[in-house]
Design a binder for this molecule. Structure first.
Ligand SMILES: [Zn+2]
Length: 135
């Protein structure tokens, strides 16, 4: 189907992938499920990135960012996010999606553990830069 609306895709997912409502079924399947759905709807973009949540109780106290989880999801032409395996994050609350231009180029900050991209040695946060200078 060409250029489906996000609602049409969501209905298709409910009909064909109803098992994904179970967080245990959805866990770890984000990329393979997105690829399967993309075969039916080639106009959708496959996005690799990170999700985080300001309401995640596992956020590390004192950290300058919310805990991040590598994830894949789909994006419609209009920019709407379609996340077929979102149920795996049901305990996190509100989700923020961070797209990565080239997921393979992602680095992890040696000081705080945050994922980032670019040529810098740290994630760029002032505390991490200070720690680098003190090494
Ligand atoms: Zn850092």
């Amino acid at each position: 189907m060409n250029n489906p609306t996000p609602t049409e895709v969501e209905v298709y997912i409910k009909d064909h992938f109803s098992h994904l409502k179970d967080p245990y079924e959805a866990a770890g399947k984000c990329l393979s499920v997105c690829q399967q759905i993309q075969e039916t709807f080639p106009s959708l973009k496959l996005i690799k990135g990170l999700v985080s949540s300001p309401t995640n109780i596992d956020n590390i106290t004192g950290a300058h960012y919310d805990k991040q989880y590598p994830h894949a999801w789909l994006k419609a032409d209009c920019g709407t996010i379609i996340d077929p395996t979102v149920s795996q994050f049901c305990l996190l609350g509100e989700l923020n999606y961070h797209e990565l231009d080239d997921a393979k180029q992602t680095k992890r900050c040696h000081f705080c553990g945050k994922y980032y991209q670019g040529d810098d040695i740290t994630c760029g946060h002032v505390e991490c830069i200070t720690e680098l200078k003190n090494e």
